[in-house]
Design a protein around this ligand. Structure first.
Ligand SMILES: [Zn+2]
Length: 234
């Protein structure tokens, strides 16, 4: 594991809104006759794990970087990632530099997504029932009736992203990827229109090591100032 000095930590706060129903699965075994459940916390409230948000954002970052002609390794297999293929973190592809890599030279992610919880209690969840069509034959598949649980459209989650020592290039790709997540989808059943989200970052705190030592103020951006900052970064 390669450790770094804390040069700068950026904390983005914002909201993520489900524009269409959102199904972030728990990966649990499905009980026959019951809807495929979404992930819930100990009090039964839905949430989106930070790891899901990060995974989706990384996938979008890879697609954008490839389109831009950048050389990107192939996760998730460690054997085909920079941590195994490259000798030094300096040679890592931009996605491994942002999101980290496992392997002989493992490097932690520079960006961390906190688990996202709804801003207010979600009273009812949706259950969608449909018929699975076999793609090749166009006929109804065996065990064709499925039913799936989802968070209703309009549900708003609190979002917090922490980026540490991120360079301007990396930040630019990261913000583009986040934007691209909105237009692709989060969670399951995207072919049925699920998972369209709106991400709105509303506040940015910038803190250095000196801030934590009590020797420097943090920088806070919001409103028009933050909007201008984003425009400059893009
Ligand atoms: Zn890589």
């Amino acid at each position: 594991m390669v450790f770094e000095k804390l040069e700068k930590r950026m904390i983005f706060e914002g909201k993520l809104e489900a524009i269409t129903p959102l199904h972030v699965g728990s990966g649990e075994e499905i009980t026959i006759g019951e809807a495929t459940p979404i992930l819930k916390d100990t009090v039964g409230q839905p949430y989106i794990p930070g790891s899901s948000l990060k995974g989706r954002t990384r996938t979008e970052a890879e697609k954008i970087a490839k389109k831009e002609g950048m050389d990107i390794c192939t996760p998730p297999d460690v054997k085909t990632m920079c941590g195994t293929l490259k000798g030094s973190p300096k040679e890592f592809c931009i996605c491994c530099r942002i999101f980290g890599t496992a392997g002989t030279t493992s490097v932690a992610s520079k960006v961390k997504f906190r688990d996202a919880y709804p801003i207010k209690k979600v009273e009812t969840l949706l259950t969608r029932t449909g018929i699975a069509i076999e793609r090749e034959k166009g006929s109804v598949a065996p065990h064709a009736l499925y039913s799936i649980e989802a968070v209703p459209a309009g549900t708003i989650f609190n979002l917090e992203i922490v980026a540490e020592n991120i360079s301007n290039d990396e930040l630019k790709l990261f913000l583009a990827a986040l934007k691209s997540v909105e237009d692709s989808a989060l969670g399951g059943s995207s072919t049925r229109g699920f998972g369209k989200v709106k991400i709105n970052l509303t506040k940015l705190f910038t803190r250095t090591a000196k801030y934590y030592l009590g020797e420097e103020e943090e920088k806070v951006l919001e409103g028009e100032e933050l909007k201008r900052w984003f425009e400059e970064k893009r």
